[in-house]
Structures are given as structure tokens and as C-alpha cells.
Design a protein around this ligand. Structure first.
Ligand code: GUN
Length: 283
């Protein structure tokens, strides 16, 4: 049976370190680190994420500024808010919850955020620095995954890592981070042929597709490490991963559960990125 990679427990540990650092920041600079979170529209999943981010800030001594904008917000209104937040001294990090409504231009929005406050790491400057091997602010989910692999002593150098999903949020950046630590990377996606065969060869599997239990447990090589980024609401209302956990845990040496794996670490890394941005701005 596999070791369960406990993202909740690791988050608790990291968050207590972050709290101590936020308190020290506040003592030094006379104000806490600040994170602005912008939600446009009323997507229920996004609303839950944004609420959880606000709660997590409160628990770690980070001041949270929440903006809930109407579904019909115009591009100009959203850009004007970002400009205002870019200019506000007590805001160290800015996050626009994705997806935003279809009438808005996401690329233009992400480009408008000051790269020094881009705690999501989605701005082309930060993405480009990561691509060049000099990471600045790194996207939160991939950072959380690397923290878990390090904490559990997973050897990465020389290993075959298969990433399923090619998003800017997870797939591309996690592939780069694993490559920087000398893994050999295969990035798979919806048009990949023989997905099962590729996964069967992987020492490290990162699943970020968004399809409930699409990766069958018996595709996992014996001894592989499985990281499941999936957060799929099943018909019964339960949260399910992209990997068939019940069967995969019989083959894997380590595996992340859903919930309680990658999810909590993503928010923890957002808090940490906010602290990093705050320190970098003021020092
Ligand atoms: N939507 C899903 N994941 C994320 C994330 O990490 N950041 C933002 N801003 N939106 C998301």
C-alpha cells in the first residue's frame, strides 16, 4: 500500500512558518503583508476558492482585500481596478480568480498585473523567467507539488516524469520545475496517443486534466509516485481526483489524496508567494 502524501498536514506546518514570518514582517514594516483577490461573476467553485483564500489569509496574519465584481463588469473596469491595486502600497499580491467571464480578455488582464505583485506567477515575465531557469514568482499549484515531493524525499533526478495536462496554470510550469531538477519530462494531453503506455513507464505521474478518475489505477507502475491535481465534483457530490485512487494506491509507492493533497498546498503557496512578494517589494 502506498504512503499517503498528506498535503493538509504539510500545509499546517508551512502555514505556521508563514504566520511567524508575517508577524515579523508586520513588526518590521508597520503593516501586514497584503493580498488582493478579485472575483468576477458568480461561478460557485470560484466563489468557494476565493472564500478559502480569504480565510487562509486571516489565519496567517496576511491582510486580505476582496473584490467581488459583477458578471457584467467591463474590461475597462477590471483593468482600472488592477491599475489601482498595482499602485496601492499595502497590496503586495494581486490574484484574479480564473476563469473570468468569456467577454473579458484574460491575456490582457494578466499582462496588466505588476509582475512584482503577480502572486499567481501567470504574467509572461514570471512565466518567461521560469522557462529560462531563473524562477521569480512561481505558480502556486506547481510550487505546492514540488514542496510535497521534497518533503517526502522523492528522488527526481534522472526519473521519468509524465505530466498529463498542458495548462499554463499547472501542466507547463510543473513540467519545467521537474525538468529543472533533472527529471525527463513527457507532457501528455487530450490528443496524446497511447496515454496508458506512457503512464505505465512513469516514475512520477502528475495528473492535471480535470476528468474524474480518467487515469485508471492499473496504469500506474509499481513504485511510482502519483500526484493528483484533479478536483472533480462527482455525481454524488463528492470531490474526486483525476486518478482512480482505490486501485492506484495498490501500485504507487506514494500518492496524494483528493481532497487533502494538492489543494491545501496550493493556497499555502499563495500565502508564501504573497510573503515573498511583500519582502521583495520592501527590501
Ligand atoms: N483557477 C484555478 N486555479 C487557479 C489559480 O491557481 N489561480 C487563479 N487565479 N485562478 C485559478
Amino acid at each position: 500500500m502506498a504512503t499517503i502524501i498528506d498535503g493538509k498536514e504539510l500545509s499546517r506546518k508551512k502555514r505556521s512558518e508563514i504566520t511567524a514570518q508575517s508577524e515579523e514582517f508586520a513588526r518590521t514594516y508597520g503593516r501586514p503583508p497584503g493580498l488582493a483577490v478579485v472575483l468576477v461573476g458568480s461561478d460557485p467553485a470560484s466563489a468557494i476558492y476565493v472564500r478559502n483564500k480569504g480565510i487562509a489569509c486571516g489565519q496567517t496574519g496576511i491582510r486580505s482585500f476582496e473584490y467581488r465584481l459583477d458578471e457584467k463588469t467591463t474590461q475597462q473596469e477590471l483593468l482600472a481596478l488592477i491599475d489601482e491595486l498595482n499602485g496601492r502600497d499595502e497590496v503586495d499580491g494581486i490574484l484574479v480568480q480564473l476563469p473570468i467571464p468569456k467577454h473579458l480578455n484574460e491575456k490582457e488582464v494578466l499582462l496588466r498585473i505588476d509582475p512584482a505583485k503577480d502572486v499567481d506567477g501567470f504574467h509572461p515575465f514570471n512565466m518567461g523567467m521560469l522557462l529560462m531557469g531563473s524562477p521569480t514568482l512561481v505558480p502556486c499549484t506547481p510550487r505546492g507539488i514540488m514542496e510535497m515531493l521534497h518533503e517526502y524525499g522523492v528522488e527526481i533526478r534522472g526519473k521519468d516524469a509524465v505530466v498529463i495536462g498542458r495548462s499554463n496554470i499547472v501542466g507547463k510550469p510543473i513540467a519545467l520545475l521537474l525538468m529543472m531538477e533533472h527529471a525527463t519530462i513527457t507532457i501528455c494531453h487530450s490528443r496524446t496517443r497511447d496515454l496508458k503506455d506512457k503512464i505505465k513507464r512513469a516514475d512520477i505521474v502528475v495528473a492535471a486534466i480535470g476528468k474524474e478518475e480518467m487515469i485508471r489505477g492499473d496504469w500506474i507502475k509499481d513504485g511510482a509516485v502519483v500526484i493528483d491535481v484533479g478536483m472533480n465534483r462527482s455525481e454524488t457530490g463528492k470531490l474526486k481526483g483525476d486518478v482512480e485512487f482505490s486501485e492506484a494506491e495498490k501500485h504507487a509507492s506514494m500518492i496524494t489524496p483528493v481532497p487533502g493533497g494538492v489543494g491545501p498546498m496550493t493556497i499555502t503557496m499563495l500565502l508564501d508567494n504573497t510573503l515573498i512578494a511583500a519582502k521583495a517589494r520592501l527590501s
